[in-house]
Design a protein around this ligand. Sequence first.
Ligand code: C2E
Ligand code: MG
Ligand code: MG
Ligand code: MG
Length: 291
Amino acid sequence: YSAKRRQCGSMTYEASLDAGSQESLSLLTELRRAVENNELRLFLQPKVDLKSGAVISAEALVRWEHPQRGLVPPMEFIPFAEQTGFIRQLTAWVLAESAHALKLAQGHGFDLRISVNLSTRDLLDQDLPTKIDQLLAGYSVTPQGLCLEITESAIMDDPQRALQTLERLSEMGFKLSIDDFGTGYSSLAYLKRLPVNELKIDKSFVMAMERDLDDARIVRSTIELAHNLGLTVVAEGVETGKAWKLLAELGCDEGQGYFISRPMPTPRFFEWLQGWQAPDLSGETLDTAFA
Ligand code: C2E
Ligand code: MG
Ligand code: MG
Ligand code: MG
């Protein structure tokens, strides 16, 4: 592999994977072993309706419980998995675990959807829709229970092919979401044509909007744009009660962030869900400049 610079969310990840590189070879071996030895963990983070506070879905976020290094965050191995093609196996694992979690949720009487992140490599795989279909059938879960999150950059890598895959996934009944909106180089001409249902405003804007008027304006315009295109809009990075209140005021539909909860292992997520109560935000005052 040649050295390659890739945009991953707001971070620039630089990987130099030389063909014989000892380090990258051993990381790939370790990742393969991680799947075999059950070292991957599925974490779930709730997404709530900002008006009622009800939990309507959860995002599946993978972690690697490394025997020596402890809990490894996804940004330390997802870009690598993407470059080596290992991401397809990883995505299959996440989808299977998510289908299983969805079954468990239904068993607990919870009516929610689970969102799974897809990467560029997944989206360019022509057989992806068929593979997902077969995988879900094994869990007797229908596509309606799942949402697939795709970043703008993944779509713009090969828009024609991405559009074809997304159209098939949409016809099959999956909900589709554009992740990290505002950080990629998406074209509005494509956005209009994509069969997506949801747009997620990147957390960088949401986390800055309380102190930076420009970020607040970007958030407000994105909510308006999404609604004008008939999309549900979700804010990532809701870290304060004030942010929740401001977003609700601006008409944002859903929120996800540390103020609500950090991502949790599946069993913990169900416990949390049982005890969840929408917070009282009446004490939060909003700066008139923002609202
Ligand atoms: P993402 O899909 O945009 O996921 C949201 C990220 O924001 C998660 O980071 C989440 O923990 C974090 N987050 C949520 N609320 C807050 C908040 O209030 N404040 C802050 N500071 N952060 C918040 P995480 O779990 O580290 O994942 C990072 C990225 O790794 C994800 O971004 C996604 O692009 C990728 N990723 C994670 N799991 C998977 C996976 O199973 N497959 C693929 N392809 N990518 C994944
Ligand atoms: Mg996501
Ligand atoms: Mg995101
Ligand atoms: Mg993000």
